[in-house]
Design a protein around this ligand. Sequence first.
Ligand code: SER
Length: 319
Amino acid sequence: MKKVLVTGCLGQIGSELVARLREDLGIENVIATDIRRPEGDPTVEGGMFEVLDVMDREAMNHLAQSYEVDTLIHLAALLSAVAEAKPQMGWELNMGGLVNALEVARENNLKFFTPSSIGAFGPNTPKDNTPQDTIQRPTTMYGVTKVAGELLCDYYYTKFGVDTRGVRFPGLISYKTLPGGGTTDYAVDIYYEAIKNKTYECFIKEGTAMDMMYMPDAIDAIVQLMNADPEKLIHRNAFNISAMSFEPEEIKKSIQKVMPEFTMSYNVDPVRQGIADSWPNAIDSTCAKEEWGFAPKYDLDAMTRDMLAKLTEKLMATI
Ligand code: SER
């Protein structure tokens, strides 16, 4: 991975991944793209940036060729709750964008990364210690596109020899860019509300455990997997990776260790609760550890301390 084209760079993962890749590879070796160009945004202003609609395969191909990249990281997609509200658009964007990106990778012989998700599992997947290879029958449009995407990555690897790599991300928690319409977003919102109002109304029900990860570990995972020895990678669809699994009461208690006056109540959103109920409680990351050394650093309390400190700084700066 020497010169990279990244799609969906203004999203929650993209904005932090681009900053890291610019540091690692040099500003001139990262071509950040998104469908819009907001003025003053650090991802737009901090290096090379091009407007790209991932539905436009020709434009994507043109960028890959004119910048002579060797790697394509495809992030543009709708998250679970948004795709559930607009399922046709979810299918079109998530699948159409991915097929275009895989075709550009095939034509130009690019190394390829795209994220899958815990959303690729469904209600009849084993809920605890969910294996790498198991039943995947999701009941959301987001999940349908993630499973189809994983199969396509396998297909492009075996049929065309494209060097495809991916992970099944859990809920990602970060203080820089908000996630846009996911089911695990409560675990981000809760920190903002803790700082602003010392209280949070949670849209996910007590007792609902889901896998989560702090963004620095997610960014490290992408970089580590992209630099991994291809000979050692048995799985070309997407690796289970998780740093922690918790339910709302546990994140509340973790915040209370730093901020004892924090309180939480519940106002459950049936749509996102239904999605959460169909996902695993805790997935098994053994294959990622064995095949490329996945090793997250942050547990719940370490993440809480860092999130509250960094978010306080950020929110103070905007007052
Ligand atoms: N965080 C994502 C979502 O909730 C899961 O991949 O949609």
